[in-house]
Design a protein around this ligand. Structure first.
Ligand code: CU
Length: 429
C-alpha cells in the first residue's frame, strides 16, 4: 500500500538533498513490511498490558484478536500519514507547506524511500555491536555563564558524530553544534547559549571546520531569539564554509536554535537543535540554574544517519533530556534542600509536546513567553517552545523530573534531582 507512494520521484527533477548520497547507502531491508511488524516491542508491550488487565482470564486467542485489531488500526493510521505526506504538490495546502519547509512533498516521499520503511531496521544494542562510538560523558546541567565582553561572540561548529543516545540501543549518527569549543560528544545534545537581554550577539557558523567535525553536507542555523531577514542570516552553507551575522537579543526568553536547511524535519530530527537563553534584565539570583533540552531521536541503521521515515511518522525511538535517555536518573543532579532552583527548559521537538513536571514539588513561578504563572504543577511546551521554572525541594530526597506525557517518559525523558544529604540507597552520584 505504501511502497508505491514511496517510489514516486519528483516529476521532471531529481531529488537533490545533499545527504542523498549517504542516505542512499542505508539498508533498504524490510521491503513491503506493514507498520505492525516493524516494531515488535510495541506488540510486546501491548501484549503485556492486555495480559495484566485481563488478569489471566482471557485466552491467547482473544489477545490475538485484539492485536490484529490494533494492527489494522495502525496500518490505517500509517497509510493515511504517508498518503498525506506523499500527496501531489500543487494544491493550496501543499503549496503553503512547501514554502514553509522549502521542499516538496515528492521530495519527502523520495527521502522516505531512501531511508527505508519506518522501523524496519534492527536498532538494538546487539545490532550495533562492533560499531565505534563516542564514550558517554554526562553533559554539565549547570547553565553556562554569559560570555564576557560587550558583544557576545559565539562560534558554532557543525559536527557529525556517532554516539549512543540510549544504553539500550545501537549507536547512531547525530548532527550537532559545538558552541565556543563545548562539544557534548558521547550524547546527542548541543550546548546551550546564554546572553543578557539587549546584548548584541555575533554568530560565526562554521560548517565542518576540520576533519574531526566529519561534515559532509550543507547546514545552517536559525535563531528564534533573533529578528533578522532569514533568507540572509539563516542561509545554508556548504561543508568547509563559514557564515557570519549578528543580531540584538531584544526579547527575553528560552528560545530554540536549529538548522533550517531542507528538509528541516530531517536536520532537526537528526540532532541540529539547541537552547538559547536570553536572560531578562530583572532576573533575581537563585541557588542554582540548570538547563534541560527535551529532544527526540529517530534511529536509522546502527551507526548511520537518523531515519526520516520515522520522523514523518512521529515515531521517535528515544526522547531524552540533554541528549541521552534517562541519564540524570543514572547520574542525578545534586541540589541543596531548600535552595531556590531555576530550571530552563526547552522542548526542541522536533514534533512532540512536552509537559515538564518535577515530582514532589510545585513551581512557585513558571515563566513561558514572558508570562508568569504561579503555583504551577506542569509547563506546557509546544515543539520549539521554552521557559523556566523556579522551585525548592523541601525535604531531603530524590525528586524525578519528567515530561508528564508518560508514553514519552518511557522513551527516556526522565531524570532525578537529588538533595545533597538524601538517604537514597544505591543511587549513583
Ligand atoms: Cu543541517
Amino acid at each position: 500500500m505504501t511502497l508505491k507512494l514511496h517510489r514516486r520521484r519528483p516529476p521532471g527533477r531529481s531529488w537533490h538533498h545533499p545527504s542523498d548520497r549517504r542516505i542512499a547507502r542505508a539498508p533498504l531491508s524490510g521491503g513491503e513490511r506493514g507498520p505492525t511488524d516493524r516494531d515488535p516491542r510495541i506488540l510486546e508491550r501491548l501484549d503485556q498490558r492486555i495480559e495484566e488487565r485481563l488478569d489471566g482470564e482471557t485466552t491467547k486467542s482473544n489477545i490475538a484478536v485484539l492485536l490484529s485489531g490494533f494492527a489494522v488500526l495502525m496500518a490505517a493510521v500509517a497509510g493515511i500519514t504517508i498518503f498525506a505526506v506523499a500527496g501531489e504538490p500543487g494544491g493550496d495546502a501543499d503549496a503553503g507547506d512547501e514554502a514553509l519547509a522549502g521542499h516538496t512533498a515528492a521530495e519527502h516521499a523520495a527521502a522516505v524511500e531512501a531511508t527505508g520503511a519506518a522501523g524496519a531496521t534492527d536498532i538494538s544494542a546487539e545490532a550495533g555491536k562492533g560499531i565505534d562510538f563516542e564514550a558517554y560523558d554526562r553533559p554539565e546541567p549547570a547553565l553556562p555563564a554569559v560570555p564576557a565582553g560587550a558583544v557576545k561572540h559565539f562560534r558554532l561548529d557543525v559536527y557529525e558524530h556517532v554516539t549512543k543516545v540510549s544504553d539500550d540501543l545501537a549507536p547512531t549518527r547525530v548532527w550537532s553544534y559545538g558552541v565556543n569549543g563545548e562539544f557534548n560528544r558521547g550524547t546527542g545534545v548541543s550546548e546551550p547559549m546564554v546572553v543578557n537581554q539587549g546584548d548584541r550577539v555575533e554568530i560565526e557558523l562554521v560548517n565542518g571546520g576540520s576533519k574531526a567535525m566529519d561534515v559532509q553536507m550543507p547546514h545552517s542555523i536559525d535563531f528564534h531569539s533573533s529578528e533578522v531577514a532569514p533568507n540572509e542570516a539563516f542561509a545554508t552553507i556548504p561543508p568547509g564554509e563559514t557564515h557570519e551575522f549578528s543580531f540584538v537579543a531584544k526579547h527575553p526568553g528560552v528560545y530554540m536554535y536549529h538548522c533550517a536547511t531542507a528538509p528541516v524535519l530531517h536536520h532537526t530530527g537528526a540532532g541540529m537543535v539547541g537552547m538559547m537563553v536570553v536572560k531578562p534584565d530583572d532576573l533575581a539570583p537563585v541557588g542554582q540554574e540548570l538547563w534541560v533540552t527535551q529532544q527526540e531521536f529517530y534511529l536509522g541503521a546502527p551507526g548511520e544517519d537518523a531515519d526520516l521515515a520515522k520522523m514523518e511518522a512521529k515515531q521517535p525511538d528515544v526522547i531524552a533530556f540533554n541528549g541521552y535517555a534517562n541519564q540524570y536518573q543514572e547520574h542525578p543532579i545534586t541540589v541543596d534542600r531548600g535552595e531556590r532552583v531555576r530550571m530552563y527548559v526547552l522542548n526542541a521537538g522536533p514534533s512532540e509536546w512536552s509537559a515538564f513536571h518535577v515530582i514532589g514539588t510545585v513551581f512557585d513561578k513558571a515563566v513561558t513567553d514572558n508570562g508568569v504563572a504561579r503555583d504551577a504543577q506542569t509547563i506546557n511546551l509546544a515543539p520549539s517552545q521554552g521557559g523556566y521554572v523556579e522551585f525548592t525541594l523541601d525535604e531531603e530526597g530524590a525528586y524525578p523530573f519528567v515530561t508528564h506525557a508518560f508514553a514519552d517518559t518511557g522513551k527516556g525523558a526522565a531524570g532525578t534531582l537529588q538533595t545533597r544529604h538524601a538517604d537514597v540507597e544505591g543511587m549513583a552520584h
